[in-house]
Design a protein around this ligand. Structure first.
Ligand code: SF4
Length: 277
């Protein structure tokens, strides 16, 4: 694989364990590819919520085959439903994000233990967002893409050269993570309803609306309300309008690029910096 931007590093010689935490998204996958030959002892870890899209699990399997190294799946027995019952059915939200702590941060910290660890993070050179950095003193974050100046086009090149490409869900959703993630934009919920109606139903089944307990994935409406034909049609038209606006604004982009731009035009928060890498 060509790595034109790669600079010499001493990463592999640093004492301690070297770990990349995969999310099933493009950036952490590209990082695993980028580091594979540079750090032969690299450990690959995936904090499994048990609620990922099938496309994500498939993508991870393909990555594992390419790397020829095992990916360690954390949380083998305690997925999202386990923690939801301990939180008495209270759905996580952007304000009360127990899911990230219980399903991502704590399992990773338990896996690491007290060993000195270099944790590699796939934030790109052009990105402003901050990643989760463990407060554990034995964990040191490393940002190879930032150190070497790799931007989105480099990530796409790495993925294309490996034959992995982008995860299939990129046709309708730009972020990895649970199929019901509350960070999803309306356009992504519509995509879930169209591509995986069974998962939309399952996401709906988590919602509660019985007077004393009102838990919804979205702040503005329940999934039952969103799926009403008139509302769906209105949301589809709005998404199509954003796609056309983006096409006019900057023609020549691929459909996937347009989808991402249209979703960002709807709401451009960065989502979860742990789950969506
Ligand atoms: S993807 Fe969303 S719902 Fe799932 S653990 Fe991350 S923040 Fe929570």
């Amino acid at each position: 694989m060509t790595q034109p931007n790669q600079q010499p590093t001493d990463w592999a010689t640093r004492p301690g364990r070297h770990i990349v935490s995969l999310s099933g998204g493009k950036d952490s996958t590209a990082l695993a590819l980028y580091l594979r030959d540079t750090i032969p002892q690299l450990e690959y870890v995936f904090c499994d919520t048990h609620k990922e899209l099938p496309e994500t699990y498939d993508y991870l399997k393909r990555l594992e085959a390419y790397l020829q190294r095992p990916i360690v799946y954390l949380n083998p027995n305690r997925g999202f439903d386990h923690w939801l019952s301990l939180y008495n059915g209270m759905l996580p939200s952007a304000q009360v994000r127990w899911c990230t702590r219980k399903l991502k941060i704590e399992p990773f910290e338990a896996y690491v233990g007290h060993d000195p660890v270099w944790m590699y993070i796939g934030i790109r050179a052009e990105e402003e967002r901050k990643a989760y950095i463990s407060t554990k003193p034995n964990i040191t974050a490393v940002y190879p893409f930032k150190e070497h100046g790799l931007v989105l086009s480099d990530i796409e090149r790495l993925l294309a050269e490996s034959g992995l490409g982008l995860p299939d869900y990129y046709e309708w959703r730009t972020r990895s993570g649970c199929y019901f993630c509350f960070f999803q934009r309306t356009g992504e919920w519509i995509g879930l309803k169209e591509r995986h109606p069974e998962f939309y139903e399952q996401a709906k089944a988590y919602e509660r609306d019985n007077g004393s307990e009102n838990y919804h994935w979205r702040d503005t409406e329940s999934l039952s309300e969103l799926e009403q034909p008139e509302r769906m049609e209105q949301a589809r038209i709005a998404h199509q309008q954003r796609l056309e606006d983006e096409q006019r604004r900057r023609p020549g982009r691929t459909l996937i690029e347009l989808q991402a731009a249209a979703l960002d035009a709807e709401h451009d928060d960065v989502g979860c910096s742990i789950c969506h890498l």
